[in-house]
Design a protein around this ligand. Structure first.
Ligand code: ADP
Length: 626
């Protein structure tokens, strides 16, 4: 039979494998064992409802056999197995594997490190083998098949005789070279050490025949005191890391577990383990917060959720009901003995135990984030830069039902502190004469800082929260107040304390307003004398609920709704440019009209909106220069 070629991505990866540095090579065993364990999980799960499987929990195992003569390592499992199609699809292309997907999306990531950090599954075995044979029989299938490959030139699948369901992987170990002692992997002590290092928590026994010296029973003085005996031995402790006592687990172990399990490149920013004895459900959880935003995080592809175990048996890989939307970045595992094993996914959603676990977890996560914020501000701010936006969804989602959970762990940029602050910090230092929480919206912190509207408050020493994210305004609107203090968008609304008499009255003539309104027509809804402008001649504010930021957002999200902010042009009667306009209303009407249009367009630009007709505007400026 002709050899089937690997898909092209696989070839690239095989090259990479073969050239990887030695210290990474040892992870091949972890990858193979982890696949075997997954395959057993699958068959074990079936066996709970299907007696035809004919195996009990204690029957499932992974076996390792070494043969120095033929230079082979054989790893045998009695898991679900693969048929010919599976072999072709799963081992024919590496593009299926989670880690490779990660690699494709992050092409700049260091190739070599990908291997070191979390391996590339089955293919990593090519780092140490020059030929791999996979013999497998799938549960429920009459026939068994064999897949053989010696690397980049492809693979061959043939039918074989094999009685037991499961998979056997035979690695033909490479010959030693000057730098690389592959023979080490044929030593029992080495394999046993690798299992302890990387696969200790695997839930099924990993068995290898070991040699012992056993004290002799009879006491023949001439015979040696000990016998050399060969006995099967379980190499792993089988205790999942989340079942172990926190103080017995090193940071290193947690980090390794996380990286491997959740395909991350970096150790997590935060690890927290909890053991909860609840009335409705008791459980153990081990949760992680990534130190970087996953590459697909803000896309539809990202699936929030935790791995759900029932007494150590994986029942769902990604249980999204365990994690609320605002904590979607949390990864981890939950294990409860109170969940029924063979519950269907649909039933699980309504499960009382599951709901109780989810609500306890939400509190645990909130507490963890609160103490992080309190005890390590710098670390928290780093986290916040990654996932703060997600937390803010908790302020708006489900009609604000989760506001109490997140309102004290969200941060906003403060005009006076020049850093992120909490709403509590803001309200606690509010002077007595300030009644409302001031915020200002715009495209960026810088742009907001330059808005004419913020100047007045800044000069008075008032603290303003600068909101450059779309969600901020929705958040404040949906909260409406914090600690009984109302939120006020100073870009849009008149604020009580605004100056009433700063602008001299002599210029405040209603005819001026009418003149400008007539010139601008429908472009503005209203023209008023401003109470807050100081050094700027004009600004645009929005009236009646819809702000400019919201208008911008809606024009992208739902253009057909044609949501428009009501534009109010505020003019500063004390500003020389406005005075020039007013003087020209009687002296040179044509010029006054041009001034009015010019000032309007300036207000549009400062507000971060686009000038409706840029070339007309340019002509206007030129005509005034003549
Ligand atoms: P990943 O584990 O990231 O999916 P791998 O390259 O390690 O990628 O494995 C590819 C696929 O091959 C697995 O997802 C699984 O479907 C199948 N597989 C590998 N080893 C076994 C095994 N021992 N038993 C059954 N299926 C296996």
């Amino acid at each position: 039979m002709a050899k089937t070629e690997f898909k092209s991505e696989s070839k690239r990866l095989l090259d990479l494998m073969i050239n990887s540095i030695y210290t990474h090579k040892e992870i091949f065993l972890r990858e193979i064992i982890s696949n075997a364990s997954d395959a057993i999980d699958k068959l074990y799960y079936i066996s709970l409802t299907d007696t035809n499987v004919g195996l009990n929990k204690d029957d499932f195992k992974i076996r390792i056999d070494l043969d120095k003569e033929s230079r082979t390592i054989t790893i045998t499992d009695n898991g679900i197995g693969m048929d010919a199609d599976d072999l072709d699809n799963n081992l024919g292309t590496i593009a299926n594997s989670g880690s490779f997907k990660f690699k494709q999306e992050n092409d700049k990531a260091e190739d070599v490190d990908i291997i070191g950090q979390f391996g590339v599954g089955f293919y990593s075995a090519f780092m140490v083998s020059d030929e791999i044979t996979v013999r497998s029989k799938k549960y429920g299938c009459d026939k068994a098949y064999q897949w053989v490959s010696s690397g980049a030139d492809g693979y061959e699948i043939t039918e074989i005789d094999k009685d037991d369901v499961g998979t056997q992987i035979i690695l033909k170990i490479k010959e030693d070279t000057e730098n690389e002692k592959y023979s080490e992997f044929l030593e029992k002590y080495k394999i046993s050490a690798l299992v302890s290092k990387y696969s200790d928590y695997i839930r099924y026994p990993i068995i290898m025949e070991m040699e012992h010296r056993k004290l002799r029973e009879d006491s023949d003085p001439d015979a040696p005191e000990y016998d050399e005996v060969k006995e099967d031995e379980v190499l792993n402790s089988m205790v999942p890391i989340w079942q172990r006592n926190k103080k017995d687990v090193t940071d290193e172990e947690y980090n390794e577990f996380y990286k491997q399990k959740f395909f991350d490149f970096e150790p997590p920013a935060r690890v927290f383990a909890n053991s909860v004895e609840g009335l409705i459900a008791s459980f153990k959880s081990l949760l992680f917060i990534p130190s970087k935003v996953p590459f697909n995080y803000y896309t539809k592809e990202y699936k929030k959720g935790l791995q759900l175990y029932s007494s150590g048996v994986l029942i769902m890989d990604n249980c999204s009901d365990l994690i609320p939307e605002h904590f979607a970045f949390v990864k981890g595992v939950v294990d409860s003995q109170d969940l029924s094993l063979n519950i269907s996914r649909e039933m699980l959603q309504h499960d009382r135990q599951l709901k109780s676990i989810a609500s306890t977890l939400e509190k645990k996560i909130k507490n963890e984030l609160s103490s992080w914020l309190k005890n390590d501000r710098e670390g928290y701010e780093k986290f916040y830069a990654n996932f703060g936006k997600q937390l803010k969804y908790g302020l708006v989602g489900d009609y604000g039902a989760h506001q109490d959970v997140v309102k004290d762990i969200v941060l906003f940029y403060s005009s006076t502190e020049k850093k992120l602050v909490t709403l509590k910090e803001y309200t606690e230092r509010m002077p007595e004469d300030q009644k409302e929480i001031y915020f200002a919206t715009g495209d960026s912190i810088d742009a907001i800082d330059k808005l004419p509207q913020t100047e007045y408050f800044r000069d008075k020493g008032r603290e303003i929260l600068y909101c450059a994210e779309e969600i901020d305004e929705f958040a404040f609107q949906s909260m409406s107040s914090y600690n009984d203090k109302q939120f006020k968008n100073i870009v849009n609304e008149d604020v009580e304390e605004e100056n009433k008499d700063d602008n001299k009255d002599e210029n405040k003539n209603d005819d001026t307003l009418k003149f400008i309104k007539d010139v601008l027509g429908d472009k503005v809804n209203e023209v008023v004398f401003s109470k807050k402008l100081k050094s700027h001649p004009v600004c645009l504010t929005a009236k009646g609920g819809v702000s400019f930021e919201m208008e911008k957002y809606m024009s992208l999200a739902q253009p057909e709704a044609m949501v428009k902010a009501q534009r109010v042009l505020e003019i500063n009667a004390a500003h020389p440019a406005v005075n020039a306009l007013i003087a020209n209303i009687t002296a040179d009407k044509d010029k006054a009209e041009k001034y009015a249009k010019l000032l309007y367009n300036q207000a549009v630009i400062i507000a971060g909106l686009t000038v409706e007709d840029p070339s007309e505007y340019a002509d206007l400026v030129c005509s005034l220069m003549n």
